[in-house]
Design a protein around this ligand. Structure first.
Ligand code: ATP
Ligand code: MG
Length: 183
């Protein structure tokens, strides 16, 4: 699975619809302080199903919605979508019928989030499993935040094992087992 495009609408400082085209190879994002680089990475984690507002540097999940400035009023919705190339057909069975998958998450102020895959409404859990299987996901070691290297060095063996399991590509199995146990 390859990411092809990230689209932000009303998410944090990205009030106007903004597309980031992700070409094959290495992509760099550069810009002055406060231009939205971290917001962009947070958008990626958010659409993958991040449930913690703290991970979004927000006091509350509604705070990911554009909060207005001197020139523009606040918005009531935010939406992030990611276009995925599934040509390798490695998505979970329920999504594996299509060559491209568009995963979107939309939040309406005080109404919570709604997830869709190719226009069809799905649960947050389905989206989280989709990305966990791809060794990605909002908590994936593929996303290294500031201070993370130090955390791994100081982590307890159990926590460090999770990082190794993610690298081994078995996190999706854990997520499924957890779900099966809840049923
Ligand atoms: P640095 O180089 O300092 O790390 P950065 O490019 O990572 O900067 P971000 O932290 O992504 O910058 O962006 C911060 C900006 O986003 C601030 O100007 C902040 O006001 C704005 N911002 C954050 N949340 C919202 C929101 N809900 N509505 C509008 N603007 C927001
Ligand atoms: Mg930053």
């Amino acid at each position: 699975m390859k990411f092809k495009r990230l689209r932000l609408i009303g998410f944090k400082s990205f009030v106007e619809p903004t597309d980031f085209v992700i070409e094959p190879g290495l992509t760099g994002v550069v810009g002055p302080n406060g231009c939205g680089k971290s917001n962009l990475v947070e958008a990626l984690r958010w659409v993958m199903g991040e449930a913690s507002h703290k991970a979004m540097r927000a006091a509350d999940m509604n705070d990911v919605i554009f909060s207005g400035n001197q020139k523009r009023p606040a918005r009531n919705t935010a939406e992030v979508s990611i276009l995925i190339d599934n040509g390798s057909r490695t998505a979970p069975a329920q999504f594996n019928g299509d060559d491209t998958l568009e995963v979107s998450r939309r939040i309406e102020r005080e109404q919570g989030s709604l997830y869709r895959v190719n226009g069809r409404e799905v649960r947050a859990r389905d989206v989280q499993i989709l990305f966990a299987d791809a060794s990605s996901g909002s908590r994936s070691p593929a996303l290294v935040h500031q201070g993370r290297i130090g955390e791994i060095i100081q982590a307890k063996p159990e926590q460090r094992r999770r990082v190794l399991e993610e690298a081994a590509g078995i996190s999706g199995l854990h997520a499924r087992r957890h779900e099966a146990e809840l049923r």
